[in-house]
Design a protein around this ligand. Structure first.
Ligand SMILES: *[C@@H]1O[C@H](CO)[C@@H](O)[C@H](O)[C@H]1NC(C)=O
Ligand SMILES: *[C@@H]1O[C@H](CO)[C@@H](O)[C@H](O)[C@H]1NC(C)=O
Ligand SMILES: *[C@@H]1O[C@H](CO)[C@@H](O)[C@H](O)[C@H]1NC(C)=O
Ligand SMILES: *[C@@H]1O[C@H](CO)[C@@H](O)[C@H](O)[C@H]1NC(C)=O
Length: 454
């Protein structure tokens, strides 16, 4: 012991020295080949569950969706009639901003709800397609939350509150394009041969966001009208990965220009609500919204438009079994309150994860994602256990799984019940077990844990 300790210390410092040397010499170059080869920081895959938050000026009309301004200007009839009935002639979208008062907004209250949900990261709209920045961007003129609306640094307050909860990582959504920004429209009219919008708006704001708030995740969006060369995406990412204050922890998605998604960047979002049927070869994330028809809050939301808890858990479990992360969206009201129905869902997910989280956090897909045992199950795994998650009450005590290969060492439990279950092998593979009375759960999802199976 006396001589082993100094030796292992010596080895450790040699390893640290080596890794810091290689870390400082391996620089990424601004091309996809180099950038795509960067390993994804491990916190992201381990987290599995994040909360997406859409909040902005669109939360003031809170009608239809966060695409309100666009739909209205496209003369979509329900939007035009909403405006005609409720606002004077000539009312402009910009006049909604003073109504973004956030008068009941307490960032700590949000952070407490996020932590209680079991989420390990959040992704907050720093700026949506309307262009309104939720921080005091110096290049936004007055179209931001400090000079207008609530007169608060929303991104800053939220970052501080979330960081007090050590288990939750702080991420930012950012839209590259702005529907009606005059510089963007003029670049677009030039077939994106000019980059005035990128040099005077997108890049300054990106550098400002990263250096001021040090997000650990950037969820890029609004890229699809122009190529990544117009957005200078690879130049920005090379800086982010090589020289930014978050270079070692930052995680990004795949929306960096026309044709990029599902192909380049960090993890893949592909299309909204991406739902693959086979485990993708690359780390991915499913984003879904609790309100089936909108990401932003809308007052015309009906109860039946909201995903119920079992549907959310089912979607979440499926996603994790296929190697994805689940990013679940809520839209707060313009006064800063998270609608109670969303809060109730979030706290219920957290209650389910308190018992069943070991089948989710830090897991890997198993060799088989799903099978129909006595009822359908989704598999996840760690180095020491295989988990079979089922979302239908089998209504009987005997329960069969066909794929796990057991041995004399196999131990089977139901999470939430301390005593191991009685089980017996089935012919070549699989097992039959005796379930206890299933514990009550509003999520209607239970987990069988198997140790010592192949
Ligand atoms: C919407 O209607 C207005 C008023 O009739 C018209 O000026 C405008 O061009 C229309 N916009 C679109 C996108 O069709
Ligand atoms: C716009 O640019 C793309 C390539 O960047 C080119 O394929 C296309 O023909 C151009 N369109 C016009 C109208 O010039
Ligand atoms: C984009 O990157 C190129 C190459 O590094 C650089 O010359 C150009 O100034 C950048 N443009 C913008 C708008 O950042
Ligand atoms: C399980 O059964 C359902 C309903 O019969 C079927 O649609 C599904 O494909 C089956 N799943 C597997 C993995 O065999």
């Amino acid at each position: 012991m006396g001589s082993a300790a100094p030796l292992s210390l010596l080895l450790l410092s040699a390893v640290l020295l080596l890794s810091s040397v290689s870390g400082s010499t391996a620089r990424y170059t601004p091309d996809w080949k180099s950038l795509d080869a960067r390993p994804l920081p491990s916190w992201y895959d381990q987290s599995k569950f994040g909360i997406f938050i859409h909040w902005g000026v669109f939360s003031v009309p809170s009608f239809g969706s966060e695409w309100f301004w666009w739909n209205w200007k496209q003369n979509s009839s329900s939007y035009v009639s909403f405006m005609t009935k409720n606002y004077p002639p000539g009312f402009e979208y910009a006049e909604f901003a003073p109504g973004f008062k956030a008068e009941f907004w307490d960032a700590d209250e949000w952070a407490e709800i996020f932590e209680a949900s079991g989420a390990k990261y959040i992704v907050f709209t720093s700026k949506h397609h309307e262009g309104f920045t939720n921080w005091g961007s110096p290049t936004s003129w007055n179209w931001n939350s400090v000079d207008n609306g609530p007169h608060r640094d929303i991104v800053g307050e939220l970052a501080t509150a979330v960081r007090k909860r050590k288990s939750v990582h702080f991420g930012l959504y950012h839209s590259l394009f702005e529907w009606f920004h005059p510089l963007y429209l003029s670049d677009k009219a030039s077939n994106f041969t000019k980059q005035d919008f990128v040099s005077s708006k997108v890049m300054p704001e990106f550098y400002d966001l990263v250096t001021r708030y040090k997000p650990e995740l950037i969820w890029s969006d609004g890229d699809w009208e122009a190529p990544d060369t117009y957005w200078n995406s690879t130049e920005f990412l090379a800086w982010l990965y090589n020289d930014s204050p978050v270079k070692d922890v930052i995680v990004v998605n795949d929306r960096w220009g026309q044709g990029c998604y599902c192909k380049h960047g960090g993890y893949y979002n592909c299309a909204d609500k991406y739902t693959p049927t086979e485990p993708p070869k690359h780390k991915w994330e499913k984003c879904n919204s609790m309100d089936k028809y909108s990401w932003g809050y809308r007052r015309n939301m009906k109860f039946s438009d909201v995903l119920d808890l079992p549907a959310i858990i089912q979607d979440f479990v499926y996603t994790v079994a296929l190697g994805g992360n689940y990013l679940l969206n809520i839209g707060p009201a313009s006064d800063g309150k998270i609608p109670i129905v969303f809060e109730e869902r979030l706290r219920s997910i957290g209650a389910w994860l308190k018992i069943n989280g070991e089948a989710i956090y830090g897991t890997k897909p198993w060799r088989l994602s799903t099978e129909n045992g006595t009822v359908p199950v989704w598999y996840t795994s760690t180095d020491s256990a295989v988990y079979a998650i089922f979302l239908t009450n089998p209504g009987q005590y005997s329960f069969q799984l066909f794929t796990p290969v057991t041995s004399e060492k196999t131990v089977v439990t139901l999470l939430g019940i301390p005593d191991p279950l009685k089980w017996a092998p089935l012919h070549s593979s699989g097992l039959v077990m005796l379930l206890p009375e299933l514990p009550y759960t509003p999520a209607q999802a239970w987990v069988i844990k198997m140790q010592g199976v192949a």
